[in-house]
Design a protein. Structure first.
Length: 160
């Protein structure tokens, strides 16, 4: 009795060998093209993700600095004493002080990886919560191409 092989193993015209099979596979050039396209798409995605991370870090640093200014203003009105906010651009820190004690300190460079610069090195609030001095303050946070500015008026209003 002849042995019956499944249809895919039977000899067909144009094949080599007695029981040759045709296998579906990808060639090396096809695989290389797919890898090239994927690497290009991944490169585009990484640049967009890093830009979004920079924007988020800068926005969060500005919000964190605003918290320090709000805390200093609230402490000045609550305690009825002047409160000073010092901005250290080299270390990237913002701190609120009453006399010699530190109320709140935020290290923006360490926490968010941003560089800060300010139009003034300090801001003081009097017992009414109004800014002491003759000028408004602007604090700029930068990381990569992302930039955000925090504005503080003499009346103590914060805008960012």
């Amino acid at each position: 009795m002849p042995m019956l092989w499944p249809r895919r193993f039977r000899k067909q015209r144009g094949t080599i060998g007695v029981y040759a099979t045709l296998r579906a596979a990808f060639t090396l050039p096809e695989l290389l093209v797919v890898l090239l396209v994927l690497s290009i798409l991944l490169g585009l995605a990484v640049t967009r993700i890093s830009a979004a991370a920079d924007r988020t870090a800068v926005r969060s640093a500005a919000a964190d600095a605003a918290v320090v200014f709000e805390t200093a203003r609230n402490a000045a009105t609550y305690r009825r004493v002047p409160v000073t906010v010092r901005i250290d651009s080299l270390r990237g820190a913002v701190e609120a002080r009453v006399d010699t004690s530190v109320l709140l300190r935020r290290d923006l460079t360490i926490g968010y990886g941003v560089r800060i610069s300010a139009s003034r090195d300090s801001m003081a609030f009097d017992a009414r919560g109004l800014g002491m001095g003759a000028a408004n303050l602007s604090l700029v946070a930068r990381r990569g191409r992302a930039v955000d500015t925090l504005f503080l008026s003499r009346l103590g209003r914060i805008r960012y």
